[in-house]
Write a protein that binds this ligand. Sequence first.
Ligand code: GDP
Ligand code: ZN
Length: 461
Amino acid sequence: MQFENDTIAAIATALGEGGIAVIRVSGPQAIEKVDQLYAGKESLQQTPTHTVRYGYMVHPGTEERIDEVLVTVMRAPRTFTREDVVEISCHGGLIPVQATLKALLSVGIRLAEPGEFTKRAFLNGRIDLSQAEAVMDLIRAKTDRAAKVANQQAEGRLSKLIQQLREEIVETLAHLAVNVDYPEYDAEVMTSQFLQERCEYIMNHIDELLQTARQGKILREGIATAIIGRPNVGKSSLMNVLTQENKAIVTDIPGTTRDVLEEYVNVRGIPLKLLDTAGIRETEDLVEQIGVERSRQALERADLVLLVLNQAEELQAEDRRLLEQVKHVTTIVIMNKMDLPGKCSIEEVRSSILEHTPVITTSLKEEKGIHQLEEAISSLFFTGKVAMADSTYVSNARHIHLLEEAQKSIQDVLNGIELGMPLDLVEIDLKNAWQYLGEVIGDAVAEDLIDQIFSQFCLGK
Ligand code: GDP
Ligand code: ZN
């Protein structure tokens, strides 16, 4: 594989958030190229590593000022990519950032592909595979909380846990090897009970990692949320209230355009992925025609349902049918139009839903009851808040798969012990578990295992 080492640049901060945007430049010519556009007290090429310089970005030909900047110079290898890195903090908002990026491209720097900095960090040995994936999650993370989860993983918590489990397996294998190859060496007798205890310990820890997997998935991808209800109850109004402060970030700078087909809203740090928003935004006639089929489809994919009723009208057959349908999904019932006289029986609504389903009264027109709705969403998913903030999340389908495979192998060992199989036969399953765990962190060379076993256990013979 040929690894390109040209110099790349990209906007490193989310656009439109705060006044400052950072452009990151990485590659062998990073310092020299940025210097061509920099006007300050001294040349960046003279700047010591890991220091910040104040100055201006200027147009290469005309010397005309683009923006007031702070430039951080970081020389290889103590950088994120292990290449020379320059970070330019622009102060003037979107237009100057765009102009600065354009100027950088005009002096021969290439626009980075999504995740390319991370790829370089991985290829240059700066981070392992699970860390690289966590950084990719971080790039895609839609809200602060999701970003925090990705961050914890990037710090290597998952890697560390997996390393520990692998060491546990190596040690067990070492004991096993002694027992099989040197039966007369009775100081370290490997009883099947001892092996069983070890395997159960490893099993439990993989289990814990897997249990957090679903939460990790929710946090990365957003809670799939369906807004349903018959026509005119206030679905579009709810959608507007939820999204008004969460406009999607779209710019015409290549590489920064986001997927706008799904709408994400951030409710107290919990990302909701609103399903079928196009349907809700369609004209009322259309919604009426296809609403039933649509809401059925959305219900199938939903982690959370927001069922809107119009409390200014009596409960109708269609409402009753929807109340029946949502019984198997986590649901919040929203009794809308509280500004109008009530005609709908709350008792009847309550009697048709599960006991702990929250019922919130709102006036979406007057934006009342929104706070209570947010509260309900947040307490539904974060009643175990403290424990969750503390955990290591597995937020990647590949990780989940490998952990499941590792678990199966350990289960095979346990079954083997149960059946009284010779210990050298269960050895292979233990090695498989070690291998699968290694693949999570991109480190699974079989020769390596043999070395480790021998470094672990010195027989002195
Ligand atoms: P949808 O068909 O379920 O998407 O309902 P819309 O959100 O389009 O609302 C239908 C009508 O009800 C619109 O005229 C809204 O202005 C109105 N509406 C929505 N919420 C309220 C509310 O809380 N009070 C009152 N009085 N009218 C509302
Ligand atoms: Zn509507």
